[in-house]
Design a protein around this ligand. Structure first.
Ligand SMILES: [Zn+2]
Length: 245
């Protein structure tokens, strides 16, 4: 199974143990065993989704990963899209702590003051800054698009150029968008219903009606509203425009 990442300890080391609970850190889900010896770790990456199925409940036929519990309940990992990136592994607690040490504070709890401090550390474009798990944990490509649209900020704006009012707007947008996403996902909404900007090329902006634009990169695509976010400017893929010049 491509999804499985570790061999030592093997997944079978979990047999006969009980989980003490579940914890999330960024896009990492942690399930420690109640004897304190092992942690099941699931890294969702961008498209991984984890569900718990009650005993006897119908689930997907070919999940990326399935863990059957003693009572017949199942922990199921599925992954949308063609690229399978989510990872599953069993670790000793100290190993997983070391692995997650580099993560920034949880995005959903971030306050404007702390966000301002993080933003001022280096000058970076906002879209990659929001996606950087070392700066803030828990925001991926899609939500970077949603958050920047709500904050009315350009994906190319530099972190150090933001004034305190813009930082406050960004903090508010992170909070509001992650809460909106969570609520929709809890109601079972799919990507199409959840996102308002991400993957919506040429569809009207939900705020102003301007067609959503995009900039392509190798690994991801930025979506934005030229009216709300860039004062009408169309952003160029910098590598491509360099080649064309
Ligand atoms: Zn707009």
């Amino acid at each position: 199974m491509a999804t499985l990442k570790t061999f030592d300890p093997p997944l079978s080391a979990l047999e006969g143990r009980r989980f003490a609970g579940a914890r999330r850190r960024g896009k990492h889900l942690l399930f420690p065993t109640d004897d304190g010896e092992l942690v099941l770790h699931i890294h969702l990456m961008s498209a991984g989704r984890v569900r718990f199925l009650e005993p006897g409940a119908k689930g997907p036929k070919t999940p990326a990963f399935r863990l059957r519990l003693e009572d017949g309940g199942e922990l199921i990992l599925t992954e949308g899209g063609p690229k399978k990136r989510a990872k599953v592994g069993v670790f000793r607690p100290e190993e997983i702590e070391a692995e997650l040490e580099h993560l920034g504070p949880e995005a959903e709890d971030i306050q404007a003051e702390e966000l301002g401090e993080i933003a001022r550390r280096e000058s970076r474009r906002l879209h990659p800054f929001l996606r950087d798990q070392r700066a803030l944990a828990g925001i991926g490509r899609a939500w970077s698009n949603e958050i920047l649209n709500r904050a009315k900020l350009s994906p190319y704006a530099l972190t150090r150029d933001l004034d305190s009012e813009e930082i406050a707007r960004l903090a508010e947008a992170i909070d509001a968008e992650l809460a909106r996403g969570l609520e929709l996902r809890e109601r079972g909404a799919n990507d199409k219903k959840t996102y308002r900007v991400h993957n919506k090329l040429a569809e009207p902006c939900h705020v102003c009606g301007t067609p959503i634009a995009r900039v392509d990169f190798e690994e991801h695509t930025i979506y934005y509203c030229p009216t709300c976010q860039t004062e009408g400017r169309i952003l160029k893929d910098r590598r491509l425009s360099r080649l064309l010049r």
